[in-house]
Design a protein around this ligand. Structure first.
Ligand code: ZN
Length: 466
């Protein structure tokens, strides 16, 4: 596997540090709202990375943090008049439900920041011991970037621009205005009752600190990979490196990977432009998690991705082609054991693996997949295929799907039903319970007109896309 390392600005061959298991840290959501599809682009890129590592026979330990204390979560909880824990619980639950809809594999650990305050305090103490932290007159603790000669190595900062004594207390800021950043924020009235004791007074941890502390707790002081969206590279990841390496004196992470932005209809996603979508918004518009996943994996992760409804339409057509091929091979194979793959398929298998191992080149892997689909279809149509060969092709497709996660081998009948369709199904169930057969038939016709088929069984209605 060769991946682009943002630290060295080049593609590098990767091996796990311990020879067996990749340890991966992925920055997770701030749970103050439903995640939007720009967020999911990053989580899907990380899912593909995880799957490619496993595809190559390695083990993986992935950690994704949940930021459940920061300016935005505190503001939201106060506005709603509930505790921070109560406020974030709803969005944590929604986040996991959304991951499932997009067929994103679960990480091994999802640590929440508020459960790791002691680890964060310990880390600040080490930075004090090493002369890299100081307390300011506002009750906060800052990291002294001028004292760490390697500060700026990931984002390639111009250290001449560092202004002596400059401090930034907010979590996000520009490269041009960099300075000492907050490790611990002294309590102020905006924080309400969200507060912890520390050796430096009451307050709460800075955002950057949580990732360094939790990454080292679960993955060790030096580990294999750390990823995130390109927006996270500075200041967040730069500060993570400073905190970890400043405390331990050891290299924090071997390979840094970042995915590019997502645009919607060619523009930056924003509420004012009307192109801001959560996953729920798109599912309510009638798209499935599978179709959305297909669009989000289809571009190369280091290229900006333009998300459009036309792309979702195209995804529906492409997935239908894959489904037809799987159905045809399944019928042809008739449950036979897999034999040897036809020789014409080996190039597709090789090309698929070479593509995913070349910096997660999913467009290249998709080209190999569709070449296989085209050749399989013609072999099935001409009848020039042994049943055991058809079964072997199905196995190969299952192998590809370990990485892609979009091919259905047994149609999932109840997943990804849009809310509008679910309302009709529920109304029809009520009509049937009331023995109102004409209403039941009318609702069935409505579902059919919307592209869904309905079959009544003793377990209730079975509904699927027609
Ligand atoms: Zn992070």
């Amino acid at each position: 596997m060769n991946f682009y390392n943002s630290m060295n600005r080049s593609k590098e061959r990767v091996e796990p540090i311990d020879g067996r298991c990749f340890r991966l840290y992925t920055c997770g959501p701030t749970v103050y709202n439903f995640a939007h599809i720009g967020n999911f682009r990053a989580y899907i890129f990380e899912d593909i990375l995880r799957r490619v590592i496993k595809f190559n026979g390695y083990e993986i330990i992935q950690v994704m943090n949940l930021t459940d204390v920061d300016d935005k979560t505190i503001k939201g909880a106060i506005a709603k008049g509930v505790s921070l824990k109560e406020f974030t619980a709803e969005f944590i639950e929604a986040f996991f439900a959304d991951l499932k809809k997009l067929n994103i594999e679960s990480a091994e650990f999802y640590p929440a920041a508020t459960d790791h305050i002691p680890e964060m305090i310990d880390l600040i103490q080490k930075l004090f011991d090493n002369g890299l932290a100081y307390k300011s007159e506002d009750g906060s603790v800052y990291f002294s970037v001028g004292k760490l000669s390697t500060y700026g190595k990931l984002a390639h900062l111009d250290r001449d621009k560092l202004r002596a004594g400059a401090r930034v207390s907010q979590d996000e800021y520009e490269k041009e205005s960099y300075g000492d950043f907050a490790l611990w924020k002294g309590w102020d009235a905006n924080d309400g009752d969200v507060v912890w004791d520390s050796p430096w007074g009451r307050g709460r941890p800075g955002w950057h600190l949580e990732c360094s502390a939790m990454a080292m707790k679960y993955l060790g002081e030096s580990f294999d990979m750390h990823t995130g969206g390109i927006d996270n590279m500075f200041p967040h990841h730069e500060n993570e490196i400073a905190q970890a390496e400043g405390a331990t004196g050891k290299p924090f992470v071997k390979t840094w990977m970042h995915c590019a932005h997502l645009q919607v209809n060619g523009e930056k996603m924003s509420k004012s432009l009307g192109n801001f979508f959560t996953l729920r918004d798109l599912i309510d518009k009638g798209w499935s998690g599978r179709e959305i996943r297909y669009v989000l994996i289809s571009g190369h992760y280091r290229q900006p991705l333009n998300f459009t409804f036309a792309a979702l339409d195209a995804a529906r057509v492409s997935l239908a082609r894959i489904d037809e091929c799987v159905d045809a091979l399944t019928n042809y194979a008739q449950g036979a054991d897999a034999g040897v793959m036809p020789t014409w398929a080996t190039a597709d298998a090789d090309n698929f693996k070479a593509a995913v191992n070349d910096d997660l080149n999913i467009p290249g892997a998709m080209a190999a997949l569709f070449n296989l689909v085209r050749q399989s279809n013609s072999a099935v149509n001409s009848g020039e295929l042994e049943v055991a060969e058809a079964a072997a092709l199905l196995e190969l497709l299952k192998n590809f799907d370990q990485v892609l996660g979009v091919i259905w081998f047994e149609r999932r009948l109840t997943e990804d039903i849009p809310a509008e369709i679910q309302r009709l199904i529920d109304a029809r169930a009520t009509a049937r319970a009331e023995k109102n057969w004409s209403e039941s038939d009318r609702l069935r016709d409505e579902l059919i007109a919307l592209g869904w088929s309905v079959r009544d069984s003793k377990d209730g209605q079975k509904v699927k896309r027609a």
